[in-house]
Design a protein around this ligand. Sequence first.
Ligand code: ATP
Length: 453
Amino acid sequence: MTAKTMEELVSLCKRRGFLFQSNDIYGGIKGLYDYGPMGVEFKNNLKQAWWKSMVYERDDTEGLDASILSSPVVLKHSGHEDTFTDPLVDCRACKSRWRADQLFENNKCPNCKSEDLTEPRPFNLMFKTAIGPVDDGSSFAYLRPETCQQIFTNFKNILDSTSRTVPFGIAQMGKAFRNEITPRNFIFRVREFEQMELEFFVKPGTDDEWHEYWINKRIEWWINQGIKKENLKKIEVEKNELAHYSKRTVDIHYVFPHGEEELEGVANRTDFDLGSHTKNQNDFKITSEVMKNSSSTTKLAIQDLEEKKWYIPYVIEPSAGVDRGVLALLNEAYREENIDKDNKRILLSLKPHLSPIKAAVIPLKKNNEELVNLSKEIKSNLQKLGLGRVVLENSGNIGKNYRRHDEIGTPICLTVDFETLEDKSVTVRDRDTMKQERVSIENLSEYYKKYFN
Ligand code: ATP
């Protein structure tokens, strides 16, 4: 069973320290959230799982971590200055502002129902900021609206420093910013978010095949993170809705608590981006207007040694939202169970590699020196195995600790009791089955490692 409502998820996230409204004590800012102690671990685990599958487990990719502040020239040539817009409508009566495509009710203001609306006007979604000490508008940068442009501008640097050739990919994770007009649905649509993007460069002509490959690969990956196959949908983006750079895009939708929407997009961006950042475009078949005016001094192309000519590779881009991934996985993992006729429990049945806390070590009696010291030693030894965060819970209330760790998705709790001092073993409780077994301290590291493999 996944979560019943978004409210239940929001409540769990706040109660257990996954997510807080940003700037909360001053009333908050819409569309911004902060990841709390559990949230930051969970999000990092998700990103790590992506990095592992996109970089470490492949032999044809490299990583990058580029700057967030982006030159307007880059975003001019990428097409974002001109086309990264939403049509906006103002309500003259209540002064509210709406996205034209969200006026669901026959062109009436969703707030006051007035029909006195302006014509739609394009609104650029990029955040601008001044560079340098004088804010006179002459020197500014954008906060990147997607992470991938710096992958394209670093294409030659990476080729030259790694001697890669196509097919190969460059992976990057990090913040992106969009001044969304109506942020909504918790962390689904926010103004500051993270993306995990791979730009996979291929020879033109092989792009359709690679596109199919990445669509399937990405769906498989989400399933491996714990999303049920039936909750993921492959949606072909209609031709008239394709982004300016795309030949074909397939969105991977997930059935979120508020409805089915995009979790990840897999686009065939053709040679648009590398082409638009390339000088000497006459050498290539460049079609877009914006690409014809490039002032870049670099040729972002590959030499075909057999045919003895240069060409601009095509690029396949699987682009996933970290925050949407967090929301989807929390929703998938959420369970409510009756323990007996009077008691129920909430648990997050997360895959262990994603759990914010891998194990909790709980001395049966609070502040009992012998039990606490032994617990600390066990905690420290498990922590050293490097599989993620292990915590010591010294509150003495086993029931409360079990409930808390069920709700944050900790796969196992280890209780150190007075028997432990005699038989040198601990009670291990499994989150999902609630089954308990005794494991000797000597075998604990092996047991723990096997658990996570
Ligand atoms: P949407 O149609 O929902 O606005 P998009 O098609 O504009 O999304 P892309 O430009 O393809 O999104 O970005 C890639 C991924 O980045 C999306 O699949 C999504 O997971 C994430 N993403 C985009 N915009 C936001 C946002 N405002 N808040 C959170 N995640 C986002």
